[in-house]
Design a protein around this ligand. Sequence first.
Ligand code: ADP
Ligand code: MG
Length: 249
Amino acid sequence: MPEIRCQGVSLTKLQGGLSTEILRAVGLTARQGEIYTVIGPSGSGKSTLLRLINRLLEPSSGTIFFAGSDIRRMPVTEVRRKIGLVFQQPMLFPGSVEENLCYGPRLRGDNSREAAKYLDMVGLERELLQRDAAALSGGQQQRVALARALANKPEALLLDEPTSALDPRATEQLEDLILGLVQSLRLTVVWVTHNMEQAKRVGDRTMLLVNGQVVEERPTADFFSWPEQELTIRFLAGKLESGVQGNEL
Ligand SMILES: Nc1ncnc2c1ncn2[C@@H]1O[C@H](COP(=O)(O)OP(=O)(O)O)[C@@H](O)[C@H]1O
Ligand SMILES: [Mg+2]
């Protein structure tokens, strides 16, 4: 089972001779076919957490497991292929849509040119294959970014605010698309969003991360209906936009 599990994950950085804790003892379990949403104020460490799961960063302590294996014991290329990452900005390569979609498979020696299949999966017309990726609309580009991740045949997806550059209509369409793909491909998803309403719509479990620490994590419906922590209640009321002082946690 391609479950993602973080256990006591901390990240400390040295900045100007001072040691700062970016994440402290973060734990989570994201199960196959489920969407685990992570919400929290800007700067709380959400993107850093995803970078750790993708091995773009290494934790100072703690362990991250994928399908039961410590990801440090897996080849980095395998971690990155099995766990796709989609950012807020599509970050497409210069070139055609097809070139973007064939890049990952080709790196692994797969020249099957199945690009059209992945465009179908994200609901884009095949005519777009030869188009310059940079010429597409924001919503289309984000779909190509998603298709590019899917072309690696991932078992899990990490989504870092994937709709925050999109208008409400494109956001709704991308949400529906991702929900469908998670069900049909049985993906394990960790979805970072600063949008509480989005977490409510798409999440199976939700975590609130503040100043690098887990405040509360529960099934999404419970999280929003019956928050237990004072900080969660403040966050849900929109009164925690800039995080909190350390002694409040
Ligand atoms: N490469 C880095 N070096 C030092 N500090 C960083 C680095 N990346 C992020 N940070 C700091 O870590 C904290 C969390 O950042 P980030 O994970 O981007 O938060 P979020 O995604 O929740 O907005 C912030 O205080 C940020 O300044
Ligand atoms: Mg971020």
